[in-house]
Design a protein. Structure first.
Length: 74
């Protein structure tokens, strides 16, 4: 069998300007504040528009620890 050097199907990329907001944990004030900052960073006409920072905030929201998550790991 010969080595394949091309993809069989075309690559499908998402539009980086059409992103879904990150999902904060319900009732978490820290996640809520981070989501507010994320929204400001994704407003195209806003003073805080910065997609790189928005990505960092989304990762921080996803990784923010909560007590119920710690209980699941134990």
């Amino acid at each position: 069998m010969a080595l394949e050097t091309t993809l069989r199907e075309p690559v499908q990329l998402t539009d980086p300007l059409e992103v879904e907001p990150p999902a904060p944990a319900p009732g978490c004030d820290v996640c809520g504040a981070l989501l507010k900052q994320w929204r400001q960073a994704t407003e195209k006409d806003g003073h805080a528009y910065d997609l790189s920072h928005a990505t960092d905030l989304a990762v921080e929201i996803k990784r923010h620890p909560h007590a119920w998550q710690k209980e699941k790991r134990s």
